[in-house]
Every structure is written in structure tokens, then in C-alpha cells.
Design a protein around this ligand. Structure first.
Ligand code: GDP
Length: 436
């Protein structure tokens, strides 16, 4: 394992000076001078210090890039520089950045920016940061803070010092002999080169001819370039590099891996595509089943909404009842004509029916209740009201049975009261719309 340079992401609230700081840092590098200041934006750049040490900065400020990498499982950032404007203090995205860095377990260095501005109040910034759980060394914590001006360049050297100290603590290492591993920072189409991806290598030594996969894209490395567009032979850990030779554009934040052959690359990509499709299918399936559940819930709610209290109408109201029942058409109703051998039996049956008032989605209409035999008029009434004749301890005569059959009237006879009850409940259930 060899030592490697740190990869730094600059985060912070909008307008607090992230872009200005990146520009200033890019200009501090000796290499930028060599290249005549023509710097290509390839998503990451190196700051080469006088002693030859390098720092790699991701050139994509803000949390979008940071979170997209995290989502894809890439852990490229070693250190977060949190920019907080001294004249504005801790803002919404400042807190978001802190949380992101914390969740990713990445150490934070605070750059209190715009210290050249008159209204700058760096002390206040530190207090505000402490309030959101980031304790600067100055207030007894362990977070390094630097007062800078990205505009004038004041404090930039101090910031670099802080980064070096932090990198030392992290003891960042790499294995240059292993298969290449890295992260895609961004990708683009170029006129003569085709699909080009900017990446930062983390392990191994990347060279021309290597086979790579990133997500569902693969490449045979055609050419490598440094951030200034110069052709390079190899790229090692923490080096930003442009890779030409991709069959399709790999998405930024994707993990870059070396495979031994093109066949293997294709195989990996095919497998990943299939996996993606399966995941999508699963998602679709989950959505459908969620939808189904929702429909079911709505349906059952609707059923309850239309619920009508089960009530017993003890008195036969003739035309009036028929009218009432008609008006209520739409609500599932079970009309019954109750016949029993004794007054006491009728009472018992009624009591039992009353006890079933928990059923609130159907109306039970006892259109008439009488002691005695079933008569022809009962059959007629049942026919008119589409009612069921329910008897308790009363057996219909042969003639009545025949008449009922002819008139399509159902007679349910019982000698056991609970059987009667069960049969009625079942009859009611049958009238209800089906439960999905
Ligand atoms: P970003 O949204 O965080 O990338 O912020 P920018 O870098 O675009 O800066 C927002 C504004 O603040 C610009 O007008 C910058 O010129 C200005 N700015 C950035 N840094 C400083 C600084 O150190 N001092 C002063 N006075 N202005 C700054």
C-alpha cells in the first residue's frame, strides 16, 4: 500500500463562494501556469504544491454530485471543505452539507469565506456552527476552521495546510498493483474521441488497452488524458483522468472497475442490465400491488360509507313499506317475513336479530312478523317485496311450498334459533358487494 493524495469536495450554501474558491485553487497550482492557464474542466483537478504534493479537488460544487456518488455506492471524497460566508452565516444548505458529510463519515474542514467583506463576522459563524453540532477547535471542538477570502486569495495557504493535516490523520493509501478501481466524475461526447469519461482512480494503475466497466457501460481504454488535455500513459490513485474508448456514456458517480477481457466486460454489463430490468419489474409489480391494495381500501371504505344501520321494522306497513323499500333501492336489503309458533319465539328471534346490529352495510327489513302458519297472502307479499319467508318452529304445508316455488319465493324454516340467525347472516353477506 502506498500513500495517496486526498480527494476533496467543496460544499456549502449557494452563493457562499464555492465556485470562486475552486477557481482560485485551480490557479494556485503550478501545473496551471505551465499549461498557460488553459484548464479544461474535467470534473476534477489537482493542485500541485511546491513540494510536489498534490491535492485533488472535485470540480462539482454542491451536494448533487456528492449525493449521486453516494447513491451509487462510490466513496470518492476523503475530505469536505465546508464553505460558509462570513457575512451570511449558517444557512439551510450549510446544515444539509454537514449532515451529508456526517452520514458519509467524511471529515469536514470549515472555510469561513468572504472575510474581506466589512460585515464579515467569523466568530458568529463559529458559534452558529456549534449550534448545529459542528464544534470548531476555537470553541473547544475538533473541527479545523480557516478564515479565507476566495476572492482575494487570503487564507488559501492556510486552508491547504489544514487539508494536508487532515489527510495525514486519515493515512490515505492505495494499492497500485491491484485491478483498477475508481469513480466516474462526469462523461461527455467528443467529436473525434467519442464517449469520454472523466474519472478519479482510487486503486491500481490505469493504462491504455485496459478493459473497464462502469454501471452498464464498458470501455477498452483508447487514450488517457490529464486535466489539461495532455496524453498520459498511466493514471494512479487520486489522479483525475479523461478516459476515451467507452461504448456508451457512463453516468457520473458510477463506480469504475477493471475487468480482464472485453468478453468479461460484456458479460458484467449484460448481467447488470438484466438485474436492472428485474429491479424495474419488481418495482412495477410493487406499484401494481400497492395500487391494488389502495383500490381495495377505497372500495371497502365506500362500502362502509353507504352503510345503513340494520334496523328492525316490526310493523307491517303495507304500501308504505313497499314504497320505503323502493326508495331505498341501491342499498342492499334483506326483506324478511317472520313466522313463528309462539309469541315468545318471535320475541326471541327479534332479540337475537337486534343483537346483530354491528352489521352496518345492509338493511334488514322485517316487513312482517306473525305467530301462525304461512298463508297465501304471505307468499304474495314476499313476491311483491322480494322478501324471504323465515319460519321458526313452523312448517309450511305442501300447498304453500308449491305456491312458494311457483312464485319464486324462498322459505327458510328453522327449529334451532342459532341456525336461523346464521342463515340470515349468510343471506345478508350474499347481498353485499363482494370484498376485493
Ligand atoms: P457558489 O454559489 O457557492 O459557487 O458561490 P460563488 O463562488 O458563485 O460566489 C457567489 C458570489 O460571492 C460571487 O459574486 C462571488 O464573486 C462572491 N464571492 C465569493 N467569494 C468571495 C469572497 O471571498 N469575498 C467577496 N467579497 N465576495 C466573494
Amino acid at each position: 500500500m502506498k500513500q495517496r493524495s486526498p480527494v476533496i469536495t467543496i460544499m456549502g450554501h449557494v452563493d457562499h463562494g464555492k465556485t470562486t474558491l475552486l477557481d482560485k485553487l485551480r490557479k494556485t497550482t503550478v501545473a496551471a501556469g505551465e499549461a498557460g492557464g488553459i484548464t479544461q474542466r474535467i470534473g476534477a483537478f489537482e493542485v500541485v504544491l511546491e513540494n510536489g504534493q498534490t491535492l485533488t479537488f472535485l470540480d462539482t460544487p454542491g451536494h448533487a454530485a456528492f449525493s449521486s456518488m453516494r447513491q451509487r455506492g462510490a466513496n470518492l471524497t476523503d475530505i469536505v471543505v465546508l464553505v460558509v460566508a462570513a457575512d451570511d452565516g449558517v444557512m439551510e444548505q450549510t446544515v444539509e452539507s454537514i449532515n451529508m458529510a456526517r452520514n458519509a463519515n467524511v471529515p469536514v474542514i470549515v472555510a469561513v469565506n468572504k472575510c474581506d467583506v466589512k460585515s464579515a463576522n467569523p466568530t458568529e459563524v463559529l458559534l452558529e456552527l456549534a449550534e448545529v453540532g459542528l464544534q470548531a477547535e476555537e470553541v473547544g471542538g475538533d473541527i479545523q476552521t480557516v478564515e479565507i477570502s476566495a476572492k482575494t486569495g487570503t487564507g488559501l495557504q492556510d486552508l491547504i495546510e489544514c487539508i494536508l493535516v487532515q489527510a495525514d490523520v486519515l493515512e490515505l493509501t492505495t494499492d497500485r498493483t491491484s485491478a483498477v478501481e475508481g469513480v466516474i466524475v462526469e462523461s461527455r461526447l467528443e467529436k473525434y474521441l467519442g464517449s469520454v469519461a472523466s474519472a478519479v482512480v482510487q486503486h491500481g494503475t490505469l493504462k491504455k488497452g485496459d478493459h473497464l466497466v462502469a454501471g452498464t457501460s464498458y470501455a477498452k481504454v483508447k487514450q488517457l488524458f490529464d486535466e489539461n488535455g495532455r496524453v498520459i500513459k498511466t493514471a494512479t490513485a487520486s489522479m483525475p483522468v479523461d478516459i476515451a474508448g467507452w461504448k456508451t456514456l457512463p453516468p457520473s458517480g458510477e463506480v469504475l472497475l477493471q475487468v480482464p477481457t472485453e468478453d468479461r466486460a460484456k458479460e458484467v454489463v449484460e448481467w447488470r442490465k438484466r438485474l436492472q430490468q428485474e429491479e424495474k419489474n419488481l418495482e412495477d409489480f410493487e406499484q401494481i400491488s400497492q395500487h391494488r391494495q389502495e383500490v381495495r381500501r377505497m372500495y371497502n371504505n365506500a362500502r362502509k360509507k353507504f352503510a345503513h344501520k340494520w334496523y328492525l321494522r316490526r310493523k307491517f306497513l303495507g304500501e308504505e313499506t313497499a314504497e320505503l323499500i323502493k326508495r331505498k333501492s341501491g342499498v342492499p336489503e334483506l326483506n324478511i317475513i317472520l313466522k313463528a309458533d309462539l309469541d315468545g319465539s318471535l320475541g326471541a328471534v327479534n332479540d337475537l336479530l337486534c343483537s346483530y346490529n354491528c352489521h352496518d352495510v345492509c338493511e334488514l327489513q322485517v316487513v312482517t312478523e306473525q305467530v301462525g302458519e304461512i298463508r297465501e297472502s304471505d307468499i304474495e307479499l314476499a313476491n311483491t317485496l322480494n322478501a324471504v319467508i323465515v319460519t321458526f318452529n313452523v312448517s309450511p304445508s305442501k300447498e304453500i311450498k308449491e305456491l312458494a316455488e311457483k312464485s319464486d319465493v324462498e322459505i327458510l324454516s328453522f327449529n334451532v334459533i342459532y341456525h336461523l340467525f346464521d342463515a340470515l347472516v349468510k343471506a345478508i353477506e350474499e347481498l353485499l358487494p363482494p370484498v376485493l
